[in-house]
Design a protein around this ligand. Sequence first.
Ligand SMILES: Nc1ncnc2c1ncn2[C@@H]1O[C@H](COP(=O)(O)OP(=O)(O)OP(=O)(O)O)[C@@H](O)[C@H]1O
Length: 455
Amino acid sequence: MTQEQWGALRQELLKTVGQNNFKTWIDPIEFSELDSGVATFHVPTNFVGNYVSQNYGDLILHQMTRSGHDVQRISFEVAANTASRPTLPSTGAPVAVANSTPTETRELAMTGAPLDGRFTFESFVVGKPNELANAAARRVAEGGPVTFNPLFLYGGVGLGKTHLMHAIAWELQSRRPDLNVLYLSAEQFMYRFVQALRDRKMMDFKELFRSVDVLMVDDVQFIAGKDSTQEEFFHTFNALVDQNKQIIISADRAPGEIKDLEDRIKSRLQCGLVVDLHPTDYELRLGILQTKVDSYRAQYPDLQLADGVLEFLAHRISTNVRVLEGALTRLFAFASLVGREITMELTQDCLSDVLRASERKISVEEIQRKVAEHYNIRLSDMIGPKRVRTFARPRQIAMYLCKQLTSRSLPEIGRRFGGRDHTTVMHGVKRVEELRTADAQISDDLELLRRALEA
Ligand SMILES: Nc1ncnc2c1ncn2[C@@H]1O[C@H](COP(=O)(O)OP(=O)(O)OP(=O)(O)O)[C@@H](O)[C@H]1O
């Protein structure tokens, strides 16, 4: 890609991100080169690099691909004349990994995917939801005799699967430099496979994959429904297991739940240790935020952070750690630009869209379950036809909460309560509204239930 072509792309980006964001974030980055699918940009500071990478990386990649450039990855480098940054020795010494700056990535010795220098065990915050996954990952990272094969890590979006996979690869590289570790995504596996078929290089392909000591495949759900790739994956898998080589796999769900994945592969994947990363809880989110803030502190020693802001974010932002990190990065960027303390007000202002998007959605079922539990009745009686007061009152309370806490319409709520008419719901809601002011017990119950549901 030429500088002129980048100039044209910048115009496109300007239209998409708007004048202000463009001036602050896109303007300072300089296109350097496009080589072997990696587009490199120079940035004035790591901070700008990180921010652009997290917030506009996908957009830039998309625009470049759309205008016909073969780009797989974008890399940001701090321009040599504007900042000092540690240089990496050419060996895989662990200290180099720990010291590497956030925007750096390095290729593994074998032709695997690049590893992110930030994704190490040291930077992985452990809490209840991920302690088992972390312990299992650390165990295989020791590089000792293979005890469970494969290690299968799964969990929802942004909960740290890739982070743990990279951490294992880094750790293995430093502890056992004699081992051939190959890390790649399932998509890359497929891409290589298709390329090998096309170039008639299947022997090389098989040889490469059968000569590794540790094979790590990220996001394996990607090969579901892709028959010949699955077939090849199955053979590779078996060949390595037969040689007692460690395999580590990640996916967004448990093996048995991946649709369009052959049964024999599912059962193979279940043979070793299957561990999941649970959605983050409040404590873990707070821990992650605190760790991130500590790392920002070194960069921004003067930035003030008001009490309660981190707790607020940990409480309000969804379980996805990527969203949490992105929000904090944005907050710091904004505060450092305007030179103000990060107060609660600034936080709410700056992150209003993120906060709105991650408002917890409460479901009708959840409300029914909680209310039934609270009044000690069965869920079936809550939804069922019986009109006795013991069931009718909790039912009305649940209807009222559904109206208050969800965006469901009255007819929809009626349907979820055993197919009742919307006028019945309306009546129930009205009745509870009256009771709320007249009956202290009901008012307390409502408050308690609302809090429990919103927690
Ligand atoms: N426990 C944790 N401690 C520190 N950082 C974390 C933790 N969990 C996740 N992260 C961070 O959150 C971001 C998203 O994590 P990661 O890319 O590993 O998610 P993932 O589970 O692979 O998601 P996806 O399904 O989208 O690929 C990364 O920047 C990662 O460093």
